[in-house]
Design a protein. Structure first.
Length: 137
């Protein structure tokens, strides 16, 4: 069993680019700061209007938002066939016309790549799915 694991790890490192392509996942995050504002205010005055504008963008697969004390974020996941650079530009355009409350800087918009995060290594994905499965039992 150990030899199989070692052999699999060696083969994974030697895989060519065609078996393990470099994919840009179309995930864009929008974050905004509102110094001293309660999460309810961040949601009502910033996140809800941001979400309304972003819903007009085509190809949204999932939208998640989170409000915290003094800040909030919206994460958009698009269909895999969408070009992440085009999506980023569409999000920037949608939010460029937004009027921000006094004292609030315009939102920070950036693309995300889950492959770049350490918790998204193929083995850790398997481990986290296994852990979630165990919790459901």
């Amino acid at each position: 069993m150990f030899a199989l694991i070692v052999f699999g790890a060696i083969c994974m490192n030697r895989m060519g680019i065609s078996q393990l392509p470099d994919v840009d996942f179309p995930i864009v995050s929008v974050s905004v700061d509102y110094e001293g504002a309660a999460p309810e205010i961040v949601e009502a005055e910033l996140l809800d209007p941001i979400e309304e504008r972003l819903l007009a963008i085509e190809g949204i697969k999932e939208m998640r938002s989170s409000a915290r004390q003094g800040s909030g974020s919206v994460t958009l996941e698009f269909d895999i066939n969408r070009n992440v650079d085009v999506v980023l530009q569409e999000v920037q355009t949608a939010l460029s016309r937004m009027r921000w409350p006094p004292g609030v800087d315009p939102a920070t918009i950036r693309k995300q790549n889950p492959r770049g995060r350490p918790d998204h290594h193929p083995f850790s994905l398997w481990r986290s799915r296994t852990a979630r499965h165990d919790q459901l039992d």
